[in-house]
Design a protein around this ligand. Structure first.
Ligand code: GLY
Length: 381
């Protein structure tokens, strides 16, 4: 089998397939790159819950539950430290509007059977003394953690290599289709790579592979996110921040993710600007302004990196997993805001589909066929 795309989703698919005994190849000019190089790596099934996304919540929770074992297995396979921190998350409110929004989120979390605890502003500051005095309240979620996505991507490349995945470090230019079945790809240097099954896992680029019939192309679009990296003071006591802190400020999500190695990741914008990955003064300004309202002390920190990446957005914000409408072509894409969180479950789901031809129960709602023209024109009863 052949995987098109060497981001974390393509890599985990290739790793799991090779472990199941498939002769596995992966085509990507720079495996381990992609959105994971920019992502903050929050494992935020509870704090990123949105109205209307209860089905996605089930998959997010399934993946969050797998994380400790997944990290242990990948660490065992590679010797890599993945920067997995079971540190919890605090979502705070800065004004009355934010607080009302957070109360709504809390009610939704409770209706969904999730664990989160309402805290006063004072209780929030007791947990995180660097928070602004104006913080009006917050939600403590001890089950939402973090991982370093760059380390995760690097470890998955190593794991794939050790499991025997053949890497083709070039672009897949075109899917080959013979008598209505995907049979492989042709790469940018003209090499034909035949395969019994092709998994398209090219992130935001997944809708652009030539040769894929129009009605099968996944409806995935790029959603730009600008992210900053700062350096926290050398191991202070107490630490600068001990858990992920996030908020919705004037309608925009901002989060600060403190890594064990002293890096503080601040994200993220969400912009529908096509393929643009420019870091803009406005984007950096807004992130710093909002993060400063939460944690004024960030202005003292060195700003070490600014970068923009492209989330693979889908029409319902949920991934597309499993067989497409073209025999031989499977999809693992459209993970939008949850690619890092969904990596373990995606690997397991894709291995199951490759082996059995069927999606496991937990992944059935995420079949790409839900976007087929016939499914979209079906009227509710
Ligand atoms: N999950 C965080 C983001 O997409 O910005």
């Amino acid at each position: 089998m052949l995987v098109v795309g060497g981001g974390i989703i393509g890599l985990v698919t290739a790793w799991r397939a090779a472990q199941r005994g498939f002769t596995t190849a992966l085509v990507d000019p720079a495996p381990g790159g992609g959105a994971a190089q920019v992502a903050a790596g929050m494992l935020a099934a509870v704090t990123e819950l949105h109205h209307g996304e209860q089905t996605l919540l089930g998959l997010n929770l399934a993946s969050a539950r797998r994380y400790p074992d997944f990290v242990a297995e990948l660490t065992e396979a590679t010797g890599a430290d993945l920067g997995h921190r079971q540190c919890g998350t605090l979502t705070v409110a800065l004004d009355a509007d934010d607080r009302a929004h957070l109360r709504e989120l809390h009610a939704l979390q409770q209706r969904s059977g999730l664990e989160s605890q309402w805290l006063s502003g004072r209780e929030c500051r007791r947990l995180e003394p660097m928070l602004a005095p104006g913080v009006r309240g917050g939600l403590r979620v001890d089950g939402d953690h973090q991982i370093d996505p760059r380390r995760l991507a690097g470890a998955l490349v190593t794991a794939c290599e050790r499991a025997g995945v053949a890497f083709h470090r070039t672009w897949a230019e075109r899917l080959t289709v013979v008598r209505g079945r995907a049979t492989g790809v042709v790469t940018a240097d003209g090499t034909a790579l035949p395969a019994g099954q092709v998994v398209l896992a090219a992130g935001s680029l997944s809708g652009r592979l030539a040769g894929v019939p129009e009605d099968v192309l996944p409806p995935v679009r790029p959603v730009k996110g600008q992210v900053l990296r700062l350096a926290m003071p050398e191991r202070g006591a107490p630490p600068f921040l001990s858990r992920t802190v996030r908020a919705v400020v004037r309608g925009s999500h901002v989060y600060l993710v403190p890594r064990e190695n002293g890096e503080l990741v601040v994200g993220a914008t969400s912009e529908e600007l096509g393929w643009d990955t420019t870091v803009t003064a406005g984007g950096v300004y807004e992130l710093l302004r909002d993060a400063h309202e939460l944690v004024p002390g960030i202005t003292e920190l060195p700003l070490t990196e600014t970068r923009a990446g492209l989330r693979p957005g889908s029409p319902d914000n949920a991934p597309l997993l499993g067989p497409s409408g073209l025999p031989g072509l499977l999809l693992a894409t459209g993970h939008h805001r949850n690619g890092v969180l969904l990596t373990p479950v995606t690997g397991d789901v894709m291995a199951h589909v490759l082996t059995t031809g069927e999606l496991p129960e937990e992944a059935r709602p995420f079949s790409p066929r839900r976007f087929d023209a016939a499914a979209l024109t079906e009227q509710p009863a």
